[in-house]
Ligand binder design. Structure first.
Ligand code: AMP
Length: 203
């Protein structure tokens, strides 16, 4: 099963992804983590993108597309990916569909965590103390929220049309969200199992 987890910065995508990874033996593909690793290792790419990330803008579609293709094309991760922070634009969503198709895969569910700007500010300031991320301060948090509203919100319609979208109240407690996501994943797993049985029966 491939899952997309989607929502503004500070919505809890990373926290929930880690829970799902443990419970369902999936692999978390966080484009933000991959990009921060490039910056930390001072690679050519890292040097090129650090100012973009620190300003709260998005890096180019090409850069993130190359990063995720390395993951999608790897047999180890086949149909076991949770996409955290990708896609973030309509163009990226279409690219993801094409890449998954190329490697004989698809998205099974899109989880959208909804939170207000006030919650985003509060959580990002808390995270700044714990993780010391350079883009976690109030000014950049607001900028990242605006980037999300402008570039990423249009994706909702795209996923609504394909019937994959599940909206979750990201203001609830970590455990409550966890339980809700678990229920959704179990129901999808049930469906996937039934489809497999059906295909098996008719062949
Ligand atoms: P995140 O850890 O997901 O909040 O991402 C941190 C930053 O990395 C974002 O504010 C963007 O600058 C960059 N980034 C992460 N994922 C993407 C993406 N899919 N497309 C473009 N930029 C991204």
């Amino acid at each position: 099963m491939n899952i997309v987890i989607f929502g503004p910065p500070g919505a809890g995508k990373g926290t929930q992804s880690k829970n799902i990874v443990e419970k369902y033996k999936l692999y978390q593909l966080s484009t933000g983590d991959l990009l921060r690793k490039e910056i930390k290792n001072k690679t050519d790419l890292g040097l090129k993108i650090s100012s973009i990330i620190n300003s709260g803008e998005l890096v180019s579609d090409k850069i993130v597309s190359d990063l995720i293709e390395r993951f999608i094309s790897n047999e180890t991760y086949k149909n076991k990916i949770i996409f955290d922070g990708y896609p973030r634009t309509l163009n990226q969503a279409k690219n993801l569909d094409n890449l998954l198709k190329k490697y004989n895969q698809k998205i099974d569910i899109v989880l959208k965590l909804s939170v207000t700007l006030a919650t985003v500010k509060k959580r990002i300031l808390e995270r700044q103390i714990q993780e010391n991320r350079t883009d976690d301060n109030e000014e950049v948090a607001v900028k990242r929220y605006k980037t999300y509203e402008n570039s990423s919100e249009p994706l909702l319609e795209y996923y609504k049309r394909s019937n994959l979208l599940k909206i979750i109240n990201g203001e609830a407690s970590i455990t409550e969200i966890n339980t809700e996501i678990g229920g959704l994943i179990e129901s999808i797993k049930g469906w996937l199992w039934k489809i497999t049985q059906y295909k098996y029966a008719i062949t």
